[in-house]
Design a protein around this ligand. Structure first.
Ligand code: 13P
Ligand code: SF4
Length: 362
């Protein structure tokens, strides 16, 4: 019988850290810890491998450890499960660690959207469904089944360009902001990107708007990145005319357009770390990443400032705490797997098609 979580709820963080270290020593190479850049510091310190969504997908496919303990959110653990071998097990220390953006699209709504689009367009030849990796496995399977593809924040433009070679339009879900920024990077005017509202018949669009649109943008967003505003950038530039601004493409279009650099979490970390000593940065992405980066580059005289004046953390990613990690690893060291993430094979096979198309071209 696995140990119950209840007994861990009352443990102090310090005690959990000791128990995590002891369990890891017992496990050795039997478990690998993958951590997304947004993980809290008390979890991140235990990571074997870190990265953005694309890098972690590749690392999950490459590791030969039998247990992949994923300190991230649910869709990332699903990807690790689908890209690793069937003898390996992906584990998410807290099943409640989801992604609120991923939840903004679900299969029933996307299928309805596809049907409704089919009343106006020849969808199977005119529209490529492109799902951001921040989506459930069944939506990746939908893309696999309909000639579509997955993208991440670091390869969205490459993927969209390839999609346009195959079909003249893209249905992009669930993040309208990444879709819009990607389209604008390709030179598409904003009026050729129409927002599809899944709560309204025909997405709230007139048939002629659908025919005109090159990209149909699902009405979804990230609750963390929507907090950043162009006014934050304006205030920073007024105070620090030499300062540099870097933002994640999940931010609103106006924020991305006003930034000096836009890119994935891995890109943000790399760009600021490689920047000249003494530079000052305003960073528009999740707070744990920004605070860690600020600490790491301070010795080179670099200043890193968070874009918002209010705390913007990924509250779901935060759920992976020392208590859940200790519980997961101690059970694993006892030979008990808790919280395995297993995508049903019929779904995984289709989703893998969409993931493999992405990995082959990015
Ligand atoms: P990355 O692709 O940069 O890891 O972003 C994932 C994510 O969820 C950002 O909110
Ligand atoms: Fe999802 Fe936003 Fe958290 Fe990224 S920051 S995992 S998009 S809720």
């Amino acid at each position: 019988m696995p140990r119950a979580f209840d007994a861990y709820n009352t443990l102090s963080d310090a005690e959990c850290q000791d128990r995590v270290r002891a369990a890891r020593a017992r496990l050795g190479r039997d478990a690998v810890l993958l951590c997304h850049h947004y993980q809290r510091a008390d979890i991140y310190q235990h990571a074997d491998l870190t990265g953005d969504s694309l890098k972690l997908s590749r690392l999950a496919a490459q590791t030969d450890s039998p247990h992949i303990v994923f300190c991230g959110v649910h869709f990332m653990a699903e990807v690790a499960d689908m890209l690793s071998r069937s003898s390996q097990t992906a584990i998410l220390p807290d099943l409640a660690a989801g992604c609120s953006m991923a939840d903004m699209a679900n299969l029933a709504r996307v299928e309805r959207c596809w049907r409704e689009l089919g009343e106006v367009l020849a969808v199977e030849t005119e529209v490529t469904p492109v799902t951001y990796i921040n989506s459930a496995a069944d939506l990746k399977a939908f893309c696999g089944a309909h000639g579509g593809i997955v993208c991440t924040s670091s390869n969205a433009e490459t993927i969209a360009r390839r999609a346009f070679c195959a079909r003249p339009k893209i249905l992009f879900f669930p993040d309208q902001h990444l879709g819009r920024w990607t389209g604008s990077r390709m030179g598409l005017p904003l009026d050729e990107m129409a927002v599809w509202d899944p709560d309204l018949p025909l997405g709230g669009l007139a048939p002629e708007s659908i025919r005109k649109a090159k990209i149909l943008l699902w009405k979804g967003h990230c609750s963390v990145h929507q907090m950043f505003r162009k006014s934050h950038i304006d205030a920073f530039r007024a105070r620090h005319p030499d300062g540099l601004v870097i933002a994640h493409p999940e931010c609103a279009f106006e924020v991305c357009a006003a930034a000096d650099h836009v890119g994935s979490t891995e890109f943000i970390v790399k760009t600021v770390k490689e920047a000249a000593a003494g530079t000052r940065w305003l960073v528009g992405t999740e707070l744990n990443l920004v605070e860690r980066l600020a600490r790491e580059v301070a010795p080179q005289g670099k200043t890193v400032q968070f874009m918002s004046s209010v705390v913007c953390m990924c509250s779901t990613m935060q759920r992976i705490d020392p208590q859940h990690l200790a519980w997961t690893l101690e059970n694993l060291a006892d030979g008990q797997v808790v919280n395995p993430i297993r995508v049903p094979e019929h779904e995984a096979a289709l989703a893998r098609q969409a993931l493999d198309r992405m990995l082959a071209i990015s």
